[in-house]
Design a protein around this ligand. Structure first.
Ligand code: CA
Length: 621
């Protein structure tokens, strides 16, 4: 019985592979990746992947001043050849012809475009705690180019009526709304992956990449992406590219004809990751559990890539450098960061830092226990000696606390105490300022969902995220009170921005198009973020906080002689007047204050009333 089942599934796989091969013949011809590279990297060697029928039976040659072949690597599939090309600093820009010969005859040629690096490229500044990040799902934000909704030959057609379908949002839609984003106070944009996802279904989210070197044509072109980054830079907005090393899309072109059997982790039948990330840091974890975590597939359409294979790791590492250099990025957000081979990921971070010392990468480390999370932060003294070299992590412990704190009454470890306790764990982190603070993203429930539509809780969250240590991150649409239960459906939390599509009845990009409640929250966020933009104390200041009492949590950010005091009153009904003498150890240095959002002046600081379910952000003088 078991054997029969196996035979059937093998037959199925064989049929699928054959189908794929025919599709591949139409789609995949001859390739070289990367097809362009730059002169003057610290690491002078680039590893090219040349693809073509029986290319490994040919001998590559290069005749270009300053460029030499260092190493040729053949693999088990003769349709691939990996070529280490050394590029000297004195090489000139131009097209490097790589001739593939049989005897003296040139059978095929590939071209590598050699480019000069932009001035200051290596010194670029990444995003940091002076920034505020706006996360956008590009298919769902704005459709400024309906002509690219339907691309002939691509597997999924547009269908706005299908929650998991492609809705037509694009890079142009983001480009045209950059001032809208900027005016809210954001200084960085993170887009869910924009590389090609030529999958037959649910390809809109971007996490099943089918071509690492190409922007999905339904979003735009590589050139449009570069232009978008330039337009961002002109407005003081940094671009963070979402990258995925752990898995590719099942319709990635190489899935039809893998370079090596171990390019992806293969199983007789679909084998899913157990998602138990603690197995990586757990000193007692079994190999069986750990293997399943890091080698199991993330999803049926997402083959798990084997970064222990150096060719795979090199391919991805170079791809990330290619995008930084090509598009002019200021940051990367690495998806499913703890899932691939951790040593390869550390090698990647070291390489990025070697080429771009001030560049920023943040790892998506979906771990809500700080003791487990900190394993992944650079320089934590892990017992197994592992150093990730990754400074920035997503602060999932804080996200979880933010989801619950404003819904609960005060208790030993509930209500505002949750926020206090997460900050109290900061002793674990060597780099607490490098944590990215958020309440929601494209995977979590919307704030309006878990706050039961209470905009007062939402405003308290804004005050907290905007003033706590770390880098604030916001998810598009929350400023207009988009709801959605992420646990029930991903589509629910990835809705279209009203006004982003031609013919939309409501245009929430304009004040007139928003309700009074939406404008209330929109304006609150705008005030807080724009204040934060120029507030050095919120960027760099130390934190001093006091245990929440009577449902009020008070903390300070202070830096040299500047300070900001934040007061959160979690009581749903009662305004609370605080005797401020409890905070004397810091307040004695200040006599007056001004509330950031309302502009209200406080000429004395002896007693302050915080309205029910609200926050005060008071700049002290
Ligand atoms: Ca479009």
């Amino acid at each position: 019985m078991l054997r029969n089942k196996k035979v059937t599934s093998m037959l199925l796989i064989a049929l699928m592979v054959m189908g794929n091969v025919f599709a591949a013949m139409a789609r995949t011809t001859e390739r070289i990746e990367p097809s362009s590279w730059w002169i003057g990297f610290k690491e002078p060697t680039v590893q090219l992947m040349a693809y073509g029928k029986d290319i490994a039976t040919l001998r590559p040659e290069v005749n270009y001043p300053g460029v030499t072949i260092e190493r040729i690597i053949a693999v088990e599939n003769p349709n691939y050849l990996f070529i280490d090309l050394r590029i000297e600093k004195n090489a000139k820009p131009g097209n490097v012809q790589i001739q593939f010969k049989q005897g003296n005859r040139v059978r095929t040629t590939r071209t590598l475009e050699l480019l000069e690096r932009e001035k200051g490229s290596a010194e670029r500044e990444g995003f940091n705690q002076s920034d505020a990040i706006y996360l956008i799902m590009p298919d769902r934000f704005a459709n400024a180019n309906p002509d690219n909704d339907m691309i002939p030959g691509m597997l999924e057609k547009p269908n706005r009526a299908e929650p998991y379908g492609r809705h037509g949002g694009d890079l142009k839609g983001i480009h045209e709304n950059l001032d809208f984003i900027k005016n809210m106070g954001f200084t960085a944009i993170w887009l869910n992956p924009v590389q090609e996802n030529d999958q037959p279904q649910a390809s809109y989210h971007g996490y099943a990449i089918t071509d690492y070197y190409k922007i999905d044509r339904r979003l735009g072109s590589n050139e449009e992406y570069k232009k978008l980054v330039d337009a961002c830079r002109a407005r003081g907005i940094k671009m963070i590219m979402d990258m995925v090393f752990n898995h590719c899309g099942s319709k990635h072109w190489w899935m039809n004809d893998l370079p090596t059997a171990d390019w992806v982790h293969q199983y007789p039948e679909f084998t899913r990751s157990n998602y138990r990330l603690s197995t990586v840091s757990d000193p007692y974890a079994s190999k069986a559990d750990l293997d399943l975590t890091v080698r199991g597939w993330f999803d049926t359409t997402m083959p798990d890539m084997n970064l222990k294979n150096e060719l795979v790791a090199n391919y991805l590492i170079q791809n990330s450098i290619w995008w930084i250099e090509y598009a002019g990025l200021q940051g990367i957000r690495m998806d499913t960061y703890p899932y691939p081979d951790k040593d390869a990921m550390a090698t990647w971070m070291k390489r990025i830092k070697k080429e771009y010392p001030d560049f920023t990468v943040v790892g998506e480390s979906w771990i809500s226990n700080p003791a487990k999370l900190v394993y992944w932060q650079k320089d934590f003294p892990n017992q197994d000696g592992y150093n990730s070299y990754m400074k920035n992590l997503m602060d999932f412990p804080m996200a979880e606390a933010l989801g619950r704190a404003f819904n609960e009454g005060e208790g030993w470890d509930s209500g505002l105490q949750r926020l206090y306790d997460v900050l109290a764990d900061d002793h674990l982190y060597r780099y607490p300022f490098h944590l990215v603070v958020f309440a929601e993203n494209h995977d979590l429930g919307r704030m309006m969902h878990f706050y039961d539509g209470d905009i007062n809780k939402m405003k308290m969250a804004i005050a907290f995220i905007g003033t706590v240590r770390g880098i604030p991150q916001w998810y598009y649409g929350s400023e207009i009170l988009m709801g959605g239960d992420g646990g029930r459906s991903h589509a629910a939390i990835r809705q279209n921005y009203p006004g982003g599509w031609p013919g939309d009845e409501v245009n929430a990009f304009t004040r007139e198009g928003r309700t009074a409640e939406q404008n209330d929250v929109f304006d609150y966020l705008t005030k807080v973020l724009n204040y934060r933009k120029t507030s050095e104390v919120l960027h760099h200041g130390n934190t001093l906080h006091f245990i929440p009492q009577n449902e009020v949590y008070v903390y300070f950010r202070y830096f040299e002689d500047e300070a900001v005091m934040v007061m959160l009153n979690n009581n749903p009904d009662n305004n609370t007047t605080l005797e401020m003498s409890r905070f004397n150890e810091i307040l004695k240095h200040y006599s007056r204050g001004k509330e950031v959002v309302t502009g209200k002046q406080y000429d004395k600081l002896d007693k302050i009333t915080v309205p029910a379910k609200s926050a005060l952000i008071i700049e002290l003088r």
